[in-house]
Unconditional design. Structure first.
Length: 248
């Protein structure tokens, strides 16, 4: 059952020892086959979340709100509640719009949005997302993708979803495919997967990537792979096989 798998994924992302999300930080979601998706309720904690911590929203309703003229906070909140399959469900996360865009424009079926201490240590620095534009070891290419989608800091909720929509369209036009990883400067990480396992793999590898970058910069700077070396890893048949294994 999708919701059970989503709960399990949320628990993994919310583990305190991983420092990926604390308190009510972060959110997860999963797309159903009927045009709806499960999304974490506002204020719920990933660590220990249960069925009651999720709301079920209609994807087309959320996207229609994004296509409307600028709405005030009250109209957005009302629209979110009207998009729910069960009106009595908890208020969905303010990032419901972000998740909807990642489904419609990013080709994802599972999404994990976290605020890893390691990743944000870089995204909140003067370097921003620049260190993630190059690669330093093969497995982060295989898991997180050859190229990363990046957006500047934007007010969470409606404005952020529109900025992410623009970036996903730009990325698709430039690369010919959707990204696995989205970085939001001064905010956090979004993993776009086809399965719950892929979302977890992307998130954990981004955490490792950030930690290695932090260590490398403390020792004089990162030794980046060349574009040729990164392209070679991305195109190798054995790496495609490993990528497929991790995604199931």
């Amino acid at each position: 059952m999708i919701l059970n798998d989503l709960i399990a994924l949320s628990h993994e992302l919310g583990r305190e020892d991983r420092a990926l999300a604390i308190l009510g930080e972060g959110n997860t979601s999963a797309l159903n086959d009927d045009g709806t998706f499960w999304i974490k309720a506002s204020g719920a904690q990933l660590n220990g979340i249960t069925e009651e911590g999720f709301a079920r929203a209609r994807l087309d309703s959320i996207l229609s709100l994004l296509s409307a003229p600028d709405l005030g906070d009250a109209a957005i909140a009302d629209g979110l509640l009207r998009s729910l399959v069960a009106p009595s469900a908890q208020r969905p996360s303010v990032e419901t719009f972000l998740h909807a865009v990642c489904y419609s424009e990013g080709g994802a079926r599972w999404i994990g949005h976290t605020h890893p201490v390691s990743v944000n240590s870089i995204l909140c620095s003067q370097l921003g997302a620049e260190p993630f534009r190059q690669h330093i070891f093969p497995d982060e290419i295989v898991n997180c993708g050859r190229d990363i989608a990046i957006v500047p800091y934007v007010d969470p909720g409606f404005p952020l979803a529109r900025a992410v929509r623009d970036e996903l369209r730009r990325f698709q036009d430039a690369q010919g495919h959707s990204p696995k990883t989205l970085l939001m400067i001064n905010h956090g990480l979004v993993a776009l997967g086809q399965t719950a396992r892929e979302v977890l793999s992307i998130t954990l590898m981004m955490d490792k990537w950030a930690k290695i970058l932090l260590g490398a910069y403390s020792l004089g700077g990162a030794h980046f792979l060349s574009d040729t070396e990164a392209d070679r890893i991305d195109s190798r048949n054995d790496e495609h096989y490993r990528r497929a294994q991790w995604a199931h």
